[in-house]
Design a protein around this ligand. Structure first.
Ligand code: ADQ
Length: 440
């Protein structure tokens, strides 16, 4: 069978500190299945990056990493990727900024990715490019003579043309996508948005899923571990509501904290009884907008705890830490309520992990934003509009009060949905469609 070559901005070499994120989990699952080459940025900055990638092989997977300069990082990564494309594609247009220099940096880094990948390619490779950082990569590879099948998967939403048009070089970005044999999106809604800009591209919806049995096993095993037991002991029998998100404005944390404050105002009977644990590891914190949201969340935590805490109860526990994945799954299992309220999200794997982590005999209830891709599959969740603080506050009460038989029925339905579109279905489905598209 042909070799799989995955390309993503950052790559996760084993035993190096890995940033949490759904993309890495998905790529690794695909690579573990077939073996192959994973190419991307090491996360290192160097004044004079070496002209050839650093190669490490672990088992069936070969990792090839390149480094970037500080100027690349500022223009390509912080600038165009995360201050232009990220907010725009999440429809958060008030955070969108554009600078022509950033765009030049974006194109230059994509060109360099192509040049350094080229000597590593073999004639029978299939190339799978991931996410918004690398939209022009296929065009660059084609211009260097690459004829192998190249597919692209966008992990974040794709905006409708009327939003995309805010981007000065939007037409160029759409033309870049035409160089792929297949463009995969998380949902059919994203696929329709892309088709509003580009009718000629071969597209497909491939919702990313989780390895359901692995999460079930991880969550059950974690209940016997020290960190999860200590967390549960600290609840002293009180119900737990949990949120787990990268600290990113798209995750709706500021709005979520306001909704929780409203909930405590309106439901005096729940004060002293419910504990809300929010785990939010820092990400991209050298970008102004991320520093601002971090400060806003610290203030909101102080306000809520200052106003409502008692000598033996803190209503909101807010942690900026990373945890091993298994420990997180244990925390999710221990929770009665999962709160996942992004303002916009390509999919959101935490919502799916929350469902799989539950004890089927006494499952917790999931509150999920209608603006997350996951809401299109998980209709057994309590669906909310994250901007509507009143409805989120009401959903928290409804989740806490939900009878066991209703929680079980919703959990069973959602678990079946997870199984029908799991992580393996995602990568095998995409790769099969890529082969078919390339044959045409
Ligand atoms: P992300 O925005 O990173 O992913 P998400 O889908 O929720 O968001 O994935 C996060 C992953 O990281 C989950 O597996 C979660 O368990 C893990 N994680 C989160 N916090 C952690 C912590 N403190 N310690 C350890 N692990 C942690 C992007 C898109 C999403 C899309 C994914 C996959 O924004 O919409 O679902 O890619 O395509």
């Amino acid at each position: 069978m042909s070799r799989l070559v995955c390309v993503s901005n950052r790559i996760t070499v084993p035993r190096r500190a890995a940033a949490p994120g759904g993309l890495a989990v998905g790529v690794l699952a695909a690579m573990r299945d077939t073996g192959g080459l994973w190419f991307g940025w090491s996360g290192e900055l160097e004044a004079n990056p070496p002209p050839t990638p650093e190669i490490v092989t672990r088992g069936e997977i070969t990792y090839a990493t390149i480094s970037l300069t500080q100027a690349d990082y500022d223009r390509y990564y912080r600038g165009f990727c995360n201050t232009t494309l990220w907010p725009l594609f999440h429809y958060l247009t008030d955070r969108f900024r554009y600078d022509h220099e950033w765009h030049l940096g974006y194109r230059a880094v994509n060109r360099r990715f192509a040049e350094q990948l080229l000597p590593l390619l073999r004639p029978d490779d299939r190339i799978w490019v991931h996410d918004y950082h690398l939209i022009p990569l296929a065009r660059e590879l084609r211009s260097l003579g690459v004829t192998q099948p190249i597919g692209f998967f966008l992990h974040i939403p794709f905006p409708h043309l009327e939003v995309l048009r805010l981007l000065p070089p939007y037409a160029e970005l759409v033309r870049d996508l035409e160089h792929y044999d297949l463009v995969g999106l998380q949902t059919e809604a994203d696929e329709q948005s892309l088709r509003s800009s580009a009718a000629r591209i071969t597209t497909g919806a491939f919702p990313i899923g989780i390895d359901v049995d692995a999460v079930i096993a991880e969550a059950a095993a974690a209940m016997r571990t020290e960190p999860v037991r200590r967390m549960i002991t600290g609840l002293i029998g009180r119900p737990l509501m949990i949120g787990v998100d990268r600290l990113d404005y798209s995750k709706g944390l500021v709005e979520r904290f306001s909704a929780y404050q409203r909930f405590l105002e309106r439901h005096a009977g729940r004060r002293g009884r419910l504990i809300y644990l929010q785990i939010a590891p820092l990400s991209r914190d050298d970008i102004q907008a991320y520093a601002e949201i971090r400060a806003a969340l610290e203030q909101a935590t102080g306000r809520t705890n200052g106003r409502f805490a008692d000598t033996d109860w803190t209503p909101l526990r807010y942690l900026n830490r990373n945890f091993p994945h298994g420990t997180l799954m244990g925390f999710l299992r221990a929770a009665q309520v999962g709160l996942v309220t992004p303002l916009r999200d390509g999919m959101n794997l935490v919502a799916k992990e929350f469902v799989a982590a539950q004890d089927p005999a006494d499952p917790g209830a999931l509150i999920l934003s209608s603006l997350a891709g996951a809401a299109r599959e998980l209709d057994g969740a309590v669906i909310v509009n994250p901007y509507d603080l009143r409805s989120v506050s009401q959903a928290i009460e409804a989740a806490l009060a939900m009878p066991l038989d209703e929680r079980q029925a919703r959990h069973t339905a959602m678990l079946a949905a997870l199984r029908s579109r799991d992580l393996r279905a995602w990568h095998t489905g995409f790769l099969a469609a890529l082969s078919a598209a390339a044959r045409r």
